[in-house]
Design a protein around this ligand. Structure first.
Ligand code: NAD
Length: 320
């Protein structure tokens, strides 16, 4: 009888180890075919997903044997936790395991934008030698604003601090005596103040009804024309057409996005916007982070299937 279904591309040593103890079915493209997933889910005790498989109420209702869903990564926007809890299905995830990699990409994006590295590279590859054209901006002494001061926001701010930047944070759920923020001599401010004072704004909040489209024309209008905008959190937090317009109108100097409102995106307004840097949701895609994430989720799934408590459950379910 099958035990574990992997409906996205999750592999490595930890999956092999899990396969030695349980019957594991690896169907990395299944997330693209929700009716097929719905047909096969009744057979499984555990489901492991990334952020593409829609673990919605209909799927959970059909999952008659399912005990646990493992979300390999952070962010539960594709998992209906309420429906899972009502059905007694445990949800586990892997907080912390990819945070350093995401922070490193955010910093890479900041450096790329401030020094126009991708544009200078393309121009030089084309046979040019335009030194004046690629005069950039120094980061030392500038202000780095994080929207969402959780794990990734903090790790990104630590790295920005190492460049000699001042730290501002907006997070409605953080108190101003937060120890991590104090460590960075960071200042907790309103969103409006953060946008007005920051030279670089980096988003690290979750996708929620409250954050949907939070960064829109009105908010971009508050930023300095020299400011850089970075989003490695979730695409839904940005009104993409407003961002493209802000770049075209020179309201913002540059933007970098790892995440999009729809993934993969249909070619739209952003691809042609000036001073934009786009990556295909790769912030957590380093060998190190993926190994940690896969190991953490496989170990938690094994614990649950063995009748042990999960280490990183996000809901509480009662056992019959
Ligand atoms: P976290 O839960 O540790 O931190 C999120 C922070 O956002 C919390 O401090 C919370 O209080 C704050 N927040 C909540 N609502 C807010 C609001 N309305 N405005 C401002 N702040 C708000 O999460 P994390 O692990 O730091 O992850 C941050 C984000 O990064 C999430 O959206 C996650 O999905 C995303 N992420 C992206 C990738 C990627 O590959 N690009 C990988 C991992 C995580």
């Amino acid at each position: 009888m099958p035990d574990v279904l992997l409906s996205e591309n999750i592999n490595g040593e930890a999956v092999k180890a899990l396969s030695q103890r349980f019957h594991v079915t690896f169907l990395p493209d299944l997330w693209k075919d929700p009716p097929a997933l719905l047909r096969c889910i009744p057979d499984f005790r555990a489901l492991i997903v990334r952020n593409q498989t829609q673990v919605n109420r209909a799927l959970l209702d059909a999952a008659v044997r399912l005990e646990v869903v493992g979300r390999a990564g952070v962010g539960l926007d594709n998992v209906d936790v309420k429906a899972a809890t009502e059905r007694g299905i445990l949800i586990t995830s892997t907080p912390d395991q990819n945070a350093i990699s995401v922070a490193e990409l955010a910093i890479g994006m900041m450096l790329s934008l401030a020094r126009r590295i991708p544009a200078a590279h393309e121009d030089t590859r084309a046979g040019n030698w335009n030194r004046q054209r690629f005069c950039g901006t120094e980061l030392h002494g500038k202000t780095f604003g994080i929207i969402g001061a959780g794990k990734i926001g903090y790790l990104t701010a630590c790295r920005a601090k190492a460049f000699g930047m001042k730290i501002l944070a907006y997070d409605p759920y953080l108190s101003c005596d937060n120890v991590y923020l104090s460590e960075l001599a960071g200042e907790l401010v309103s969103l409006e103040v953060l946008l007005e004072r920051s030279d670089v704004v980096s988003c690290h909040m979750p996708s929620t009804p409250e954050t949907a489209g939070l960064l829109n024309a009105g908010m971009f209008g508050r930023m300095k024309p020299s400011a850089l905008f970075i989003n490695t959190s979730r695409g839904e937090v940005v009104a993409e057409a407003d961002l493209a317009e802000a770049l075209r109108a020179g309201i913002l100097a540059g933007a970098a996005l790892d995440v999009r409102a729809k993934e993969p995106p249909t070619a739209g307004v952003l691809e042609d916007a000036p001073n934009i840097l786009l990556t295909p949701h790769i912030a957590a895609f380093t060998d190190e982070a993926q190994n940690r994430v896969t190991r953490a989720i496989c170990e938690d799934i094994a614990r649950v299937l063995d009748g042990q408590p999960a280490q990183n459950s996000v809901n509480r379910v009662s056992k019959n």
